[in-house]
Design a protein. Structure first.
Length: 139
């Protein structure tokens, strides 16, 4: 319902659907199971990260203009097709949580984006981020 299937629709499907955009993914990671604001991220075979679905707290990793979804009378950004995570970082792995995502870059640095209410992004703040921020304290 937030576009987390990535097929260009905001409608649920009981059968598999193809993610739009013609991208080749080496991994696809859905958001935290109990996350009401669902989203999905994928890692392409060339190391680019893409996300789609709800973007209420920046969990898609982009400031790009996308669609608007509503829940409980509140509007927030969302998209039903993959959008590139900002920064052009070459990732080797991705993980998602409750409205945040993280990735390990090819050179070994870790980056996170999205919800940061409890310091989930590891950047020493509790400020949400719409773009990847480097995790501090790691080599």
């Amino acid at each position: 319902n937030w576009g987390q299937l990535g097929n260009g629709s905001f409608v649920a499907s009981s059968t598999p659907v193809a993610v739009q955009g013609g991208l080749s993914f080496s991994a696809v990671v859905p958001s935290y199971a109990n996350n009401i604001y669902g989203f999905t991220c994928g890692l392409t075979t060339d190391g680019a990260a893409y996300c789609w679905g709800a973007n209420r707290l920046g969990q898609l990793g982009t400031n790009a203009a996308i669609d608007i979804c509503s829940f409980g009378g509140n509007d927030f950004p969302c998209t039903s097709v993959p959008v590139p995570v900002a920064g052009g970082i070459d990732f080797v792995s991705l993980a998602t949580g409750n409205e945040f995502a993280c990735g390990v870059a090819r050179e070994g640095a870790a980056f996170c984006w999205g919800r940061n209410e409890y310091g989930q992004l590891g950047d020493g703040t509790t400020t949400n981020s719409n773009v990847p921020v480097r995790v501090v304290g790691l080599p």
